[in-house]
Design a binder for this molecule. Structure first.
Ligand code: IMP
Length: 369
């Protein structure tokens, strides 16, 4: 088998849900590797919007088998509710199509309460879904695992590792949140409690690193962050408000307004270093259309820390007109092409997919990249 990891390059909410939905027809298996229902993937289907918190967005493709790996934390009520809601809208979520690792840890009511209680003092801006306390219980070796929950029994698949090891079919590993929220490499302590980075996919599913062929970094054409903590290129001003409104930057899980700002090339270089992207998917490019000028943050030294070093800005001329109908790179305005080429050159990484709108059909692959 060959594995492809899809990982958020910024602070989450880059558009991974839409991207995985588009990619999933090319994969037999889609495996979510960490996090829980702190994630929210909004997908626009013909005429309706689906928000998924736990089940990989690959479930919308009828030929894909979706898995929740052992590194995922599961709130059983949320999972069962999501299964029911999907089934009610005609999506097959039978146990043949949704596999849960027996070793995934369970979010209990007490752990959720603990998360909310702690948040009053610690002000991390968590989603309040019990994620941190559940990972804490896991590491402290007193967690509860999916294997002990009778309601999940039909979905439990102890053979998950073997199937992933033996299959000749391609596997997609779907990350949640983003690189800068990684517990080891992110903006600690303002992070989530798992390894969101590409390396987390192997540790959290038991698939060996030699099986991974591609790591795709999903990058939003600007930057957002939800919750507290440093955000060097934040625009707490009219520009930020404009990006928020145009990009509908409100949390899919909590409804909180996302903090918005310019792209940060230094932060992306850091993400490239940690994840080793083989290609990039750049999403929500259409949101920047119509701006007179577009800025990108950088630092005066390659070794400057992402947070806590002064941000300098490079200015690009913007582009006018609607790009949502673009079907190839040459359909994009020249200034837009220049912006993308610069990002690709700076990160020394090809751009394999460009998203120009929320719908499935609004975007295109750049073959061979
Ligand atoms: P927790 O994951 O609920 O513990 O929250 C820790 C931090 O991660 C908070 O700043 C959250 O806002 C952030 N976070 C968690 N999940 C997501 C996500 O899916 N997208 C963006 N930020 C997230």
């Amino acid at each position: 088998m060959s594995g492809t990891i899809v990982v958020g390059a910024q602070w989450g909410d880059e558009g991974k849900g839409k991207f995985v939905d588009i990619l999933s027809p090319f994969f037999k298996y889609v495996v979510r590797y960490q996090g829980g229902n702190n994630a929210g993937h909004t997908i626009c289907l013909e005429g309706r919007t689906v928000v998924l918190h736990l089940i990989p967005s690959g479930i919308l493709n009828p030929h894909t088998i979706c898995m929740l790996g052992s590194g995922v934390v599961i709130d059983p009520q949320v999972l069962l509710g999501e299964i029911e809601a999907l089934q009610a809208s005609g999506v097959d979520v039978s146990p043949a199509r949704l596999w849960v690792s027996p070793e995934a840890h369970i979010i209990t009511t007490e752990l959720k309460q603990l998360d909310l209680l702690r948040e009053q003092q610690e002000k991390i801006g968590t989603t309040g879904r019990g994620i941190g306390p559940t990972y804490e219980a896991k590491v402290a070796r007193r967690g509860l695992r999916a294997e002990s929950i009778p309601a999940l029994k039909p979905y439990l698949r102890p053979e998950m590792r073997r199937v992933l090891f033996e299959t000749q079919e391609p596997i997609l590993f779907e990350g949640a949140q983003g690189t800068m929220l990684d517990v080891d490499h992110g903006t600690y302590p303002y992070v989530t409690s798992s390894n969101t980075i590409a390396g987390g996919a192997c540790a959290s599913t038991g698939v060996g690193p030699t099986r991974i062929k591609e790591v795709i970094g999903v990058v939003k054409a600007y930057t957002t962050r939800v919750g507290n903590g440093p955000f060097p290129t934040e625009q707490d001003n009219q520009i930020g408000a404009l990006l928020r409104e145009r990009g509908a930057e409100y949390g899919a899980t909590t409804g909180r307004a996302r903090r918005c700002g310019w792209l940060d090339i230094h932060q992306l270089r850091y993400a490239q270093m940690i994840n080793g992207f083989t290609s990039l998917a750049i999403l929500k490019l259409d949101i920047l259309s119509g701006l007179e000028a577009i800025q990108v943050g950088y630092r005066d030294s390659v070794d400057a820390p992402v947070c806590g070093s002064p941000v300098l800005y490079k200015t690009f001329p913007g582009w006018q007109g609607d790009i949502r109908g673009a079907k190839s790179f040459s359909d994009l305005p020249l200034n837009c092409q220049q912006y993308l080429n610069w990002i690709s050159d700076e990160l020394q990484c090809p751009i394999g997919y460009i998203g120009v709108g929320p719908q499935r059909y609004q975007g295109f692959f750049q073959h061979g990249k």
